[in-house]
Design a protein around this ligand. Structure first.
Ligand SMILES: O=c1ccn([C@@H]2O[C@H](COP(=O)(O)OP(=O)(O)O[C@H]3O[C@H](CO)[C@@H](O)[C@H](O)[C@H]3O)[C@@H](O)[C@H]2O)c(=O)[nH]1
Ligand SMILES: O=C(O)[C@H](O)COP(=O)(O)O
Length: 313
């Protein structure tokens, strides 16, 4: 029997656009782009996908940018490029709002209609529109596949295949706690696609642990063969500072620890105090940041807002 990677790894070019359009039929597809202060790049991402996959060939039914508390012109730029834009905090205000990428992705479930949801980061510099059909390929052609991760070469990324958090945090955690997932080339990729029925049944960390949590929970709920990965070619993005990646790493360790019983279930507003040190004029200065590690419950279990429709699983 082939191992998981042999049976479930694809290349974006494995399907023609025509074959995917035929396989799509009546299936609805939403592209969701969570964005915080991405005015420099979000317009090109929305505009190029709209032109290639809505105006020219209708593989995508809606492009929705979730504006995650931006203080720049992200919303205006995305809207001008052709996206429907929702401020994360204004979606289901009765449920409150916390900062974070996972929060924006969870909130997207209340304002999108796709049976399939494709996520893409808004800070991509080197990328192409084939990312979207590539991620949809396994979902449109194999009913048993429920979640598809992208992977790629990362030019300029420290000579590594993964980024710093991938290599120093995610892979070691996977190796120790979730070894079945070790064949995923980019476990943290922000470019992935999922069936709404699956994503709306998952608990979603509000910060950067959304990707690792979705993989672990899909493995446990549906089994490894519900996951596929697709080679998308090359991709580069804006890099965060190392100390900021420390906050991301904390969120990922918290979600992994919780899923392994090593860390207690947090309340919705749970936070970890992360103390970091930086040299400054010969001295060492300490700063302590509150890192949010809470999770949202499965969206399908959230009661509908009075007068509103429920999230369809
Ligand atoms: O509070 C936030 C923070 C980020 N973002 C957006 O999320 C995307 C990815 O954020 P980024 O800060 O660029 O993440 P990376 O440093 O690139 O982190 C990588 O690793 C993370 C951990 O798994 C994934 O969530 C990311 O998608 C993946 O690109 C971008 O569109 C951001 O604008 C939000 O919407 N809200
Ligand atoms: O995948 C990762 O580890 C993060 O996106 C960080 O990537 P970088 O080290 O390339 O900035």
């Amino acid at each position: 029997m082939p191992n998981w990677a042999e049976a479930n790894t694809y290349e974006a070019g494995d399907w023609t656009l025509a074959s995917l359009l035929e396989a799509k039929g009546e299936t609805r597809v939403s592209l969701v782009v969570p964005a915080r202060n991405e005015a420099a790049t979000v317009g090109l991402i929305v505009g190029r996908v709209r032109e290639a996959l809505i105006d020219t060939a209708r593989l995508v039914d809606e492009i929705v940018v979730i504006d995650s508390d931006s203080t720049d012109a992200t919303a205006e730029v995305a809207s001008t490029a052709g996206a429907r834009v929702h401020a994360s905090a204004s979606i289901r205000p009765d449920l409150g709002s916390v900062p974070g990428k996972g929060e924006a992705m969870w909130k997207s479930l209340f304002v999108t209609t796709g049976d399939l949801i494709v996520f893409m980061d808004a800070d991509l510099e080197e990328w192409d529109t084939h990312f979207v059909p590539g991620l949809l390929g396994p979902l449109l052609t194999r009913p048993e596949v429920e979640l598809v991760k992208g992977f790629y070469r990362r030019p300029g990324s420290h000579g590594l295949d993964g980024g710093r958090v991938t290599e120093l945090v995610a892979r070691p955690l996977v190796a120790m706690l979730f070894p079945e997932l070790a064949g995923l080339v980019q476990p943290l990729a922000g470019e992935w696609a999922v069936r709404r029925s699956l994503f709306s049944s998952l608990s979603v960390p509000t910060g950067y642990a959304v990707e690792l949590a979705a993989l672990v929970d899909t493995l446990r709920l549906r089994g490894l063969d519900a996951i596929a990965q697709v080679d998308l070619g090359r991709r580069s993005h804006r890099h965060q500072e190392l100390l900021d990646l420390g906050l991301m790493a904390t969120q990922i360790v918290a979600a992994a620890g919780r899923r392994s019983g090593l860390v207690a279930e947090p309340g919705p507003g749970a936070a970890v105090s992360l103390q970091q040190f930086v040299p400054s004029e010969g001295a060492i200065t300490s700063t302590t940041k509150q890192v949010l590690v809470g999770e949202r419950p499965p969206a399908r279990d959230v009661p509908a807002e009075v007068g509103e429709t429920e999230v369809h699983a």
